[in-house]
Write a protein that binds this ligand. Sequence first.
Ligand code: BG6
Ligand code: MG
Length: 211
Amino acid sequence: MIKAVLFDLDGVIVSTDHCHYRAWKRMADEEGIYFDEKINDRLRGVSRMASLDIVLERATHTYDAAEKAELAGRKNGYYRELISELTPADILPGAMENLNELKRNGVLVAVGSSSKNTPIILKQIGLAGFFDAVSDGNNITHSKPDPEVFLKAAEMLGVLPAECLVVEDADAGIEAGRNGGMKTLSVKGAVGADYFAPDLSDYSIFRRIIR
Ligand code: BG6
Ligand code: MG
């Protein structure tokens, strides 16, 4: 029985893809590194430093650890400028209705995100304090597809992994949920899940899975 739904944040509750893209692109352009939307797609669900390693695959020289830290910090500065403009209107269609309906049905809701910016984003979109638990890039040492972020969320909620449904838009996130022994729901075409929906615009998907 599903007692909790663990939501990825970026791309599931709020669309930040374009903010990540613009911030990485600005930094990559400054460094003369080729970067496009297709490379950006590979960064979905991946931690900041692992994302940087993917961006640097196109670099013409190698960067040492200190330089890499500076690049990641610079990108994050640009990203912060962009997410400071997010508002509750940026919550993806249907997400709010589904969250409220789950709560009404006594299902626990949590965030399971790789992002260290999770607290800032939740505040911007008016959802700070809304979730029963928030597990994010600040309390994990292993990024998705490692299940750590979701296992920590389950632990915070006091439920077993088998009682959790993970909702993800990233292949790495679906894999993380599965690695944690959880059921998985893919939105926007992430592969390998138990269940699929184009987006969260319809509650019937949860009704089917939860009972
Ligand atoms: C994930 C995004 O949610 O967070 C990734 O899908 C991103 O693209 C990762 O790299 C880490 O984000 P942040 O905000 O900690 O740099
Ligand atoms: Mg995501």
